[in-house]
Design a protein around this ligand. Sequence first.
Ligand SMILES: Nc1ncnc2c1ncn2[C@@H]1O[C@H](COP(=O)(O)OP(=O)(O)OP(=O)(O)O)[C@@H](O)[C@H]1O
Ligand SMILES: [Mg+2]
Length: 282
Amino acid sequence: MENIRQAIERALAEGAPRPGVRNAAPSIPRRPLAEAHYEPSASKYEEAFLDDAHLRQGRVISQDLTDPLARSFDMLRTQLLQLMDGKKWKIVAVTSPTPACGKTVTSLNLALSVSRLQDRPVMVIDLDFARPMVAEVLGLSPSVVIGNVLEGTQKLSHAVIHAHVGKQELKVVPCSSMVGSAELMASRNMETLFRELRADFDSHVIIIDLPPILVSDDVITVLPWVDCILLVAAVGVSTVAQIEECKKHLQWAEVARVVLTKASESKTHLYYQYYGLAGRKG
Ligand SMILES: Nc1ncnc2c1ncn2[C@@H]1O[C@H](COP(=O)(O)OP(=O)(O)OP(=O)(O)O)[C@@H](O)[C@H]1O
Ligand SMILES: [Mg+2]
C-alpha cells in the first residue's frame, strides 16, 4: 500500500507537480450561476457548453493548453494516469483533511487536463453533499443530480451532463445539498452506482469530488468503491496533525498523490513541515 508519507515525499520531490503553487487564476468576484448554455442534441446525455470566462473566475484554467498554470495539472495528470493505467484503476477520489483546501478546483482542472488527451474520456462526479460546488464552478444549473440517482428516483444517465469547452469535452454528474446524505452515501444504491459506473463508463477516467475526511464519515463510507485517493492539502490551511489523522483513516486506501495548493497565499510553513513528516518513520 502506498502510504501518505511516501506520497508526500513524492509531492515534494524535485519536479513533482504542485498545482496551485501559484493561484490558478486571479481572484476576482464570481459571476452568477448558469453561465453554460444548453443545446438540444441527439446525444444520450444533456449537453452543455461551458463559458471559459466563468471557468477562469472559479480558477479552472486547464481547458487552455497555453495557460502556464495548466502545466502543473498536466504533470499531475500524467503521473496519475501512469499509475492508474499500470494498476488498471479507473476511479480516483479527491479529498482533503478539512474544507476549502482546493478539492473542487483540483478535480476540475485535472479533468480538463485529461480531456485534452486523445481517447481519454473523463467524468467528474460531485459527491460532496455538504458543499456541492462542481455545478456552480462550471456554470451549470442541473435539473437532475446524483442525489436523485441514489434515492432511486432517476437513472444515472439522466444525471450525466455532457459538457463541452472549446473542443474538449467531459461528463459531469452534479450534486446538490441534501438532508440525509449520510444515509445515501451508505446505501445499497451507492454500491449499485459504482457498479454501474464501472460497467457503463469503463473507458473513462472517473474523478470523484468528495467531502473532507475529518468532518464526516462520508469519505470512509465511499473508500471501498474507489480505486485510489488524491489528497489535497492547502498551505496555511492544513496542519501536520490533520495529515497524520488522515493517515489513520486512509491506512487501507491507495493514496496515489498528495497535492499541495495555495502555496503562494502564505509562507512555505507547511512545505517545511511536510519535509519533517517525510523524514519520520512509519
Ligand atoms: N491552488 C489554489 N490557489 C489559490 N486558491 C485556491 C486554489 N485552489 C482553490 N482555491 C480557492 O480556495 C477556495 C476553495 O477551493 P475549492 O472549492 O476547490 O476547495 P474545496 O476543498 O473543494 O472546498 P470544500 O471543502 O468547500 O468543498 C476557492 O475560493 C478556490 O477558488
Ligand atoms: Mg469542494
